[in-house]
Structure formats: structure tokens, C-alpha cells
Design a protein around this ligand. Structure first.
Ligand code: RUB
Length: 301
């Protein structure tokens, strides 16, 4: 897929989830470099920059996307001629995709160790990192059960329940508003995220912070599964993570509610106090260690 096609698929959420959109962006940048027919290196760099900006603009909350583009675009300085620079972009993009897939495996391996036999889990939305972790625990023979929220308005929870049931994990679908009621039966909340801020807050699907609040009240631990490329360097410099607002028609048809204002923020921030651990491919960390991870990784754009 080319840049514009990829960008539109991400905007329409045909490709969604923080890791998948980052990998799709990597694939699009690779295709851009491979298919570039001009012979002016400066023009290539300019167009590459524009391509990166177009991809980043599609989903403003997911720093995974910005970090993927930033890492890949570093390839533009590796090489003296156009051919070398194009090859560097292809290599960086391929490396990112491999790194992202490997990180998912490692997170599942590490995170699943924190899930005990007979645990009842609760998850929200549809996170490949959270789901891989849950499935790994199940494959390791632990007799677990999962409650999965519907995740209004887009109901990504339907994807989650189907994925889990396909793998044989006993799974119960609940509406988002049933979370507090169900929390008394839950041993561990497992979610993914789009962004980790330098203060350890995580930004994930709208409703995550309510779930974490309920979990905190019920003394149920919250485990966040997040690849390190979801840590935001920008937040270290004081920037706030932009919370994406989407078309209100995702909530209800505006024409059926004439005169009613509808608000559709699709992510929220969960403060570090409500998070027990963040499982990354580098290991299990306290949310308060986010600063160290951001400092250790050179993710500056
Ligand atoms: C998806 C979502 C997921 C994170 C993590 O939101 O909030 O929990 O992106 O997913 P949307 P992953 O459906 O709006 O993209 O672990 O797959 O990166």
C-alpha cells in the first residue's frame, strides 16, 4: 500500500491499534522508498518528510506512529547517494516491523508469568499486546477466564472476544457500564496502550481510566502491556498528549438527535497511581520508571 492509501485506512480505522498502525506506517514508508523513481536526493528527502507527516497526522494520540516514523526517517541520513538512502529507509522500516513483532512475543512471555492459574481477568478494547499475553497464559495451561468490555462507541471488544474464544479462552462480554459491578470477581486487569507519558500515565481507549479507578477501589492490580516505542519523548519536554476526538456519528446518528451536542473523545489518560506495572519487552517496570525508559531510548524527533 502507498502512503495515501495507508493513511486513509488508518483514519477510517480499517487498520487500527497502536502497534498495527505503526507497522502499517513502516510498510508504507518502505514501499515509498522502494517505488521512488526520481533521482534528486533532496526532493526524495522532502517527499519522505511529507509522507511521514501525513502518516503521523492520521491518529494524533498514538505515539507509536510518531516514534515509528521518526526511527525510520533516521535512515535518510545514512548514505551519501539516493540509492543508499532509499536502502537505509527500507532497512529501517523492516527493522521496525521485526522489532515490533518480536516485542509482542517478549511482552506475552513476560506478562503471562504475572497471570496465575484460575485468575479472572478483565480487558478493554482490543490490544494485541494484552491479548497475546492472555493467550500465552492460556497456552501455558493456566485455567483463566476473561471479562471483555464492549468498548463503545466502536465496539473493538467484539474483536477481542472473538479472538479469545477462537483460542479457547473462556470469555464473557460485558457492556462498559458493567465494569464496577464485575470488578469484585476480577483478579487482574490487563490492557494495552497507545502512549506512555514521562510521568507514567498511560493513554488508552476511552474508559480505561474508569476501569483503573474501579480496579483501584477494589484493590485489583492493573497490568499495562506496552512496547517501548509507545513511550513518548515529547511528554518529557512538557507536551500534552492530544486526545483524539472522532466523528460523533460513531456514537449515535446525529440526524436522529437533532439539537443534541455529542462528544466523542476516544482515548483517556490513566494516572500512574492506578497502574501496578507496565510490561515492556525490556521487562516489567513501575509506571514511575517511564522517565528512565524514555531517556534510554533515543526517540527524539
Ligand atoms: C486501540 C486501543 C488499544 C491500543 C493498544 O484503539 O486503544 O488498546 O492501541 O493496542 P483504536 P496494541 O481501536 O482506536 O485504535 O496493543 O494492539 O498496540
Amino acid at each position: 500500500m502507498d502512503i495515501e492509501e495507508t493513511a486513509q485506512k488508518i483514519e477510517l480505522m480499517e487498520v487500527r491499534g497502536a502497534a498495527k498502525i505503526a507497522r502499517a506506517a513502516a510498510e508504507a514508508l518502505k514501499n515509498f522508498a522502494l517505488g521512488y523513481e526520481g533521482n534528486d536526493i533532496k526532493k526524495f528527502r522532502d517527499e519522505l518528510k511529507q509522507a511521514g507527516e501525513r502518516l503521523i497526522s492520521t491518529r494524533p494520540t498514538a505515539v507509536s506512529l510518531r516514534n515509528a516514523v521518526t526511527m525510520i526517517l533516521k535512515g535518510e541520513n545514512k548514505g551519501d547517494n539516493l540509492e543508499q538512502v532509499k536502502n537505509s529507509i527500507v532497512t529501517e522500516a523492516e527493522n521496525f516491523i521485526i522489532r515490533s513483532e518480536k516485542a509482542l512475543e517478549v511482552i506475552a512471555e513476560i506478562g503471562s508469568k504475572r497471570i496465575k492459574n484460575k485468575d479472572v481477568l478483565l480487558t478493554h478494547c482490543n490490544s494485541s499486546a494484552a491479548i497475546s499475553t492472555i493467550i500465552k497464559a492460556h497456552k501455558d495451561g493456566k485455567k483463566i477466564q476473561v471479562y471483555a468490555t464492549e468498548s463503545r462507541p466502536k465496539r473493538q471488544g467484539y474483536i477481542t472476544v472473538r479472538q479469545l474464544v477462537k483460542e479457547g479462552v473462556p470469555t464473557t462480554l460485558i457492556v462498559d457500564s458493567a465494569v464496577r459491578y464485575v470488578m469484585q470477581r476480577v483478579d487482574l486487569v490487563v490492557v494495552g496502550c497507545d502512549t506512555v507519558a514521562s510521568n507514567g500515565a498511560i493513554i488508552n481507549k476511552i474508559g480505561t481510566s474508569q476501569i483503573a479507578l474501579c480496579a483501584h477501589e477494589a484493590r485489583v492490580p492493573v497490568m499495562v502491556c506496552a512496547e517501548t516505542y509507545k513511550f513518548s519523548h515529547e511528554t518529557l519536554a512538557g507536551e500534552l498528549v492530544e486526545i483524539e476526538e472522532r466523528d460523533v456519528n460513531e456514537v449515535v446518528k446525529q440526524e436522529d438527535f437533532l439539537g443534541v451536542r455529542i462528544f466523542n473523545p476516544v482515548f483517556d489518560a490513566t494516572p500512574p497511581e492506578y497502574i501496578d506495572v507496565i510490561v515492556t519487552e525490556k521487562g516489567v517496570i513501575s509506571p514511575h520508571a517511564a522517565y528512565e525508559i524514555i531517556k534510554a531510548l533515543d526517540l527524539k524527533s
